[in-house]
Design a protein around this ligand. Structure first.
Ligand code: PEP
Ligand code: MG
Length: 678
């Protein structure tokens, strides 16, 4: 056995991502690895176990490694911990402070909040009008079931096997519907079932004479409580997942069907304190009009699933929603993040009209997904997709995308302990290029840095990672890593449809330096020149667009970052979420400057930030002269349909008026007034 004593240096200790990095690294080895933190011992191959150590920055840990590959395992563990487990040693990146109040949707200036409206955060767009149904999960009490029922280890194994089958089936169902991210939720649940720590703890309890049902329930609850007590939003989601998986197995052990049957036989608006992913998919879709959830944020698993199911949803809703009378009618607006209770007949009438319009538009948009996006007066706008995997690219194609406007290559680099090789990258880029046929694919080079650290890159501590070594800056400072990616893209682009784009360029020297490296590689590989562009995400680049356009092949405006840097608001800050609006005239002026600068030199400009799929922004962007909109995959048909209903000639004036507005709200009101779009 080999031993190592080491101090944890990274800022968040063995929490969430660093713990996962360590566990993934250890799992590659056959040796057993134990970690001691004081009296607490953890199995380093179990995420739950490592999390429960509660090791923070400065904690002294002892590693015990035994097995045939102990030497190399220990060496890699030591190196990973010394380099900060993906956070960089002593990185001072403080997480965005959490809002103490729930984030609320903005209230129009001067208009008092309406008395019959409860506010939350819109999580999935659309309108639902219908009776309230309070969903409360049917908890199975041990007293109800243990009467004469002694459950042993074997029966538990059968239940675990069935739970694995169910989760695999749910995973496959989601994949079959093209919902990769949703499929991953059930895959993660499957991973929890196989966590060695859980199984060991249950077995130990059974050996001490406990019934398997009790042993399972209590082990799950203990682990979930310890994980939840770490007070980390990412970990609390893990605690919820654990409980969800736990309930699935309990139901199988005692032979209770899923709760589906408890829903009434008519369509309802589901109101709940919380919903697990299993709850959300277990509802019969024909019986659900929308979700209204008190806990959880817009990125919670149930919000993701609601969006995928196409059902309106709001989260973080005021608690008083739980007191609404069952069967009383409410209007749920997933876009605005509101629930209207006791609506007047006029309110119901108007909401019904809007809902019919919304459903009709969605239906037509999907039917006509493959038709081109040409305005009523003949202006063509390329609508392409943002992708983060081969599956996304395939889905984008089936939804009518004219190409991929942003391939986020980070997906190949994250969640691993070593960089992907040139060959690995080549295979994936090539598969995506092939999947898209002759349609263009814009491959964005690695966009990581202080806010998205990689365990295998040494980083200096940074106080402001968004302003630090991020995007192209990081790649230029690590030429070997950068060259490897560029070579893979160049080689994979043999069929001619790949373009290259550098992220976060703020200065022409950065572009020139990156371009020089690319030129050298092209010569070395004897490959013809590839069209190369940059993202416009930094105000300096937007202001200098006419100068950059002399040398750069194209621009794609990253409005997520451009908004954050222009308004000086951290894009992940929950308390600022409602103020982060890309329709702020300051951002629009930079977009206008970028488009004018590019067109002056005959170059084209796209948008690949979220603003490109905002219905209120689409007319303004077209009015400003944008050439391409690269949007999230589900929005492709909707954006195309919206374009077909617009007249480009009428939008120039609208765009000019928007530039003269003083706030984002004024811009939104202008669009609503002029085009009835909100
Ligand atoms: C953006 O900043 O708008 C963008 C598309 O890049 P990302 O969201 O990947 O930072
Ligand atoms: Mg960006």
């Amino acid at each position: 056995m080999m031993r190592l004593e080491i101090t944890i240096h990274n800022e968040t200790g063995l929490h969430a991502r660093p713990a996962k990095t360590l566990v993934n690294l250890v799992k590659k080895y056959r040796s057993d690895v134990a970690i001691w933190h004081g009296e607490k011992k953890a199995n380093a191959k179990s995420l739950i176990s490592v999390l429960t150590l509660g090791a923070s920055k400065g904690s002294q840990l002892k590693f015990e490694v035994s097995g045939e590959d102990e030497e190399s395992a220990l060496a890699e563990i030591e190196a990973a911990i010394r380099s900060g487990l993906g956070e960089g040693a002593m990185v001072a990146a403080s997480p965005a402070p959490r809002a103490t109040e729930p984030v609320t949707a903005p209230v129009a200036d001067g208009q008092p909040a309406r008395a019959n409206v409860l506010r939350g955060v819109g999580a999935a767009p659309g309108l639902a009008i219908g009776p309230v149904f309070h969903y409360q999960r049917q908890e199975i009490s041990l007293d109800d079931v243990s009467d004469g029922l002694v459950i042993g280890w074997e029966r538990l194994q059968d239940a675990l096997a069935s739970a694995r089958e169910q989760l695999d089936a749910l995973n496959q169902q989601m994949i079959a519907r093209g919902l990769q991210a949703e499929a991953a939720i059930f895959d993660a649940h499957r991973g929890l079932l196989d966590d060695p720590e859980l199984t060991d703890a249950v077995q130990a309890r059974i050996q001490r004479g406990q019934d398997a049902l009790k042993a399972w329930k209590e082990t799950i609850e203990d682990s979930a409580m310890i994980v939840a007590a770490l007070r980390d939003p990412i970990l609390s989601a893990r605690a919820d997942d654990l409980r969800d998986v736990g309930r699935r197995v309990v139901r199988l052990l005692v032979g209770v069907e899923e709760e589906q049957a408890t829903l009434p036989d008519k369509p309802v608006v589901i109101v709940a304190r919380e919903l697990s992913p299993s709850d959300t998919v277990s509802f019969h879709q024909d019986h659900v009009l929308g979700f209204c959830i008190v806990n959880g944020g817009p990125t919670s698993h149930s919000a993701i699933l609601a969006r995928a199911l196409g059902l309106p949803a709001i989260v973080s809703v005021d608690e008083s929603v739980l007191k609404l009378e069952r069967d009383s009618v409410v209007i749920l607006d997933g876009g605005a993040g509101t629930v209207t209770f006791n609506p007047t007949p006029e309110e119901v009438q108007s909401a019904t009209r809007q809902r019919e319009q919304w459903l009709g538009q969605r239906h037509i948009a999907l039917e006509q997904a493959t038709a081109p996006a040409i305005t009523a007066d003949g202006r063509h706008v390329d609508v392409v997709g943002n992708a983060g995997s081969l599956a996304d690219a395939e889905k984008a194609l089936s939804m009518g995308a004219a190409g991929i406007g942003l391939l986020r290559t980070e997906f190949l680099f994250l969640e691993r302990t070593t960089a992907p090789t040139e060959a690995e990258q080549f295979d994936v880029y090539r598969a995506i290029a092939d999947a898209m046929g002759n349609l263009p694919v814009i491959v964005r080079t690695l966009d990581v840095g202080g806010d998205k650290p990689l365990p295998y890159i040494q980083m200096q501590p940074e106080e402001n990672p968004f302003l630090g070594e991020r995007g192209i800056r990081l790649c230029l400072n690590r030429p070997a890593l950068f060259r490897e990616q560029l070579r893979a893209i160049l080689r994979a682009g043999a069929r001619g449809n790949l373009r290259i784009m550098f992220p976060m360029v703020g200065d022409i020297e950065e572009f020139r330096q990156a371009r020089r490296m690319l030129d050298e590689l092209q010569t070395e590989l004897n490959i013809p020149p590839v069209t190369t562009g940059i993202m416009i995400e930094v105000p300096s680049a937007a202001l200098m667009a006419d100068v950059l356009a002399r040398e750069v092949g194209f621009f794609s405006i990253g409005t997520n970052d451009l908004t954050q840097y222009t308004l000086a608001m951290d894009r992940a800050h929950p308390a600022l979420a409602s103020k982060q609006d890309g329709l702020h005239p300051a951002v629009l002026r930079l977009i206008a400057k970028t488009i004018d600068g590019a067109h002056k030199h005959g170059k084209w400009v796209g948008i690949c930030g979220e603003l490109g799929s905002d219905p209120a922004a689409v007319p303004i962007l077209i009015g400003l002269g944008i050439d391409e909109l690269s949007v999230n995959v589900p929005s492709i048909p909707l954006v195309k349909a919206q374009i077909r209903g617009l007249k480009a000639s009428e939008l120039q004036g609208l765009a000019q008026q928007a530039l003269d507005c003083s706030t984002a709200r004024e811009v939104r009101e202008l669009v609503k007034r002029t085009l009835s779009v909100s």
